[in-house]
Design a protein around this ligand. Structure first.
Ligand code: SAM
Length: 244
């Protein structure tokens, strides 16, 4: 079973697929001065929840792109239920292959999906042409919380530190204008939300041929989180603005 199929299973109860609350996403939208009629493009949009929140509170419209059919379907249903099918387009595509009209969005966002372009720098480069003058890039990214990472873990995961993220933003012609950071509660809620979905699937699929693999994934993700992730991995959303 590939990683994206496992996500379809684990995320059944989740709308936001990151360690962040709706309140903090709304704060980001407020800081960026989102207002009715503005356009947002969201790469790796998952179930479209950030677009929905910003649509509901700030009146934006836009485009969400996700590679997973199941995620796009859930997002489209959500917008159809809101009567917003004309306000938000959900496109099933690899984000890095999606061709957008340059300078046609007020915000380009990628929240927890910088692997689309490989890393934080690639994400800035992949999205920078999408925004109008005065627009923002909004990127959710993991980082090492400390320089003292146990070697066994540092060998399996390679994350940037926050000073490195800031340096990359500056080298690419941006300043970090705002940040919201995950709390421990938000991390727990995100991780445990995945376990809940996996456990319910295991209970419902006693004969499934890939059951052992799903069970192993559950335990490995719990062990990784309690041994290392909880202590050493941070997550934040950064708002980037072009250097004046
Ligand atoms: C951690 S989730 C974040 C979802 C959403 N941004 C949110 O905060 O709720 C990452 C998303 O990226 C999507 N994804 C993975 N590879 C992708 C690609 N190459 N292009 C577009 N989306 C991709 C996954 O399907 C998944 O929904």
């Amino acid at each position: 079973m590939n990683f994206l199929d496992l996500k379809d299973i684990s995320e059944r109860y989740m709308e936001l697929v990151n360690p962040i609350s709706a309140e903090k996403l709304l704060r980001i939208g407020q800081v960026m001065g989102l207002r009715p009629g503005q356009r947002v493009i969201d790469f790796g949009c998952g179930y479209g929840e950030m677009l929905r929140l910003w649509g509901d509170t700030y009146g934006i419209n836009g485009v969400g792109i996700d590679v997973r059919a199941a995620a796009c379907e859930r997002a489209r249903h959500k917008f159809a239920r809101m009567g917003w099918q004309d306000r938000f387009e959900i496109v099933q595509s690899r984000g890095e292959e999606y061709v957008y009209a340059p300078a046609s969005f007020d915000v380009a966002a990628c929240i927890g999906a910088t692997f689309i372009w490989g890393d934080f720098r690639g994400t800035i480069r992949g999205m920078r042409e999408a925004i109008r003058p005065g627009g923002s890039l909004t990127i959710g990214e993991v980082y090492w919380r400390t320089a003292l990472i146990p070697p066994a873990y540092a060998r399996s995961e390679q994350f940037p530190t926050e000073p490195e993220l800031f340096a990359v933003a500056r080298q690419e012609g941006f300043e970090v204008g705002f940040v919201v950071r995950s709390s421990q509660d938000e991390w727990d809620n995100y991780e445990a939300g995945n376990w809940r979905g996996l456990l319910d699937w295991l209970a419902e699929n006693p004969e499934h041929p890939e059951r052992e693999e799903v069970h192993r994934h559950l335990r490995e993700s719990q062990d990784e989180y309690t041994r290392y992730g909880r202590e050493y991995v941070g997550w934040a959303i950064y708002v980037l603005r072009k250097q004046p």
